[in-house]
Ligand binder design. Sequence first.
Ligand SMILES: Nc1nc2c(ncn2[C@@H]2O[C@H](COP(=O)(O)OP(=O)(O)OP(=O)(O)O)[C@@H](O)[C@H]2O)c(=O)[nH]1
Ligand SMILES: [Mg+2]
Length: 375
Amino acid sequence: MTEKPWIVLVGGFLGAGKTTLLLAAARELERRGLRSALILNDQGEALVDAEFSDLHGFQSGEVTGGCFCCRFSDLLQVIDRLREHFPDVIFAEPVGSCTDISATTLHPLLEFSETYRIAPYTVLVDPVRADALLFIGADPNLRFIFEKQLQEADLICITKSDIYPHVPQIGYPTARQISAKTGQGVAAWLDEVLSGGLRVGSEILDIDYEQYAQAEAALAWLNAELNIRCRVPQSPAMILGPFFDCCDRDFTAEGISIVHMKAIVHADSGFVKAAICANGQAPTVEGMLDASPALDHHLLFNLRAVGEAGNVRQIVETNLASIEGDCAELRIRCFHPAAPKPERRVSSFTSSVHSLDLKSDLSSRKAGTAATNPP
Ligand SMILES: Nc1nc2c(ncn2[C@@H]2O[C@H](COP(=O)(O)OP(=O)(O)OP(=O)(O)O)[C@@H](O)[C@H]2O)c(=O)[nH]1
Ligand SMILES: [Mg+2]
């Protein structure tokens, strides 16, 4: 490995499997004697993904309150901070509803190629999500984001091959199928992106930012965090299970479509995490189902859904209030993401990076050239 750490950006739609792959890749690098760090990103604060990475023992940092493009300076600061731990590879996961990453994050990062080696941009695709979003009649806002993400990828990988063995017809070449659960394709993907042989930032989107803003704003975004003191000791799973199931039931009853719902309950005895990527799905459960009962628990809950933020918040508050025990330090934020306003974006034809007049219309900006890392 080089003294210059790699920065590996991995995007893809909400729930595509980004965090799960990055943790599997970090474990693979650990087996090779290499150090990894992870950067998670969100429109809000209190991230399930960040807590989950910490619980796996990896150095992580967060860029919160906006996507990488709107918080590019924060991203640089977090990258610099993580360097203190001498990582060989810094993985960075943009928000799953974000696109135009190549122009607003990858190319601006290439300005720092003296310090870092920038890997090609991988976009992950969940086959079932692809089938649903490329179907005629799919939600046009979600489909817009999904298609733009595919368009700007340097490399597309199909995830969850252990449960979905088919390759969806997405209209773009795909590099490989990956299962972060069985490990299929993980080492090969790492070898490919760290080979230095692929083009970086080969696509710059032609994107209408008004349409992009409207597509993101169709999502309701809820992040909640609280402490729970039980009256009698309970395991984390005993708290998480009923809360999670009731939220799913109530969203379905109200016609709110879950895009990704995830939660972690953490006690001194252990933690349990549950996630679903659609209403009524059997949750993926990770952690320690058999953790001993405990009195004190910490709950983190992140929901991305198609629905009205007020409705979503009310359902979550009602179900939080039904948790057995005394709740304290509740922090809950529910909103529709604000219009993306990138700090920087590569210019159309020169591929140089500009600070933007935030009111400028980006919709007519068009293709730049692919960049490379200096030797
Ligand atoms: N069976 C299986 N499940 C997977 C795999 N990768 C991810 N998942 C599950 O898919 C769900 C979403 O995975 P995440 O890694 O959280 O997805 P993400 O893209 O980081 O999601 P956001 O950060 O919300 O955009 C979780 O329930 C994971 O356990 C896989 O390879 N196989
Ligand atoms: Mg994630």
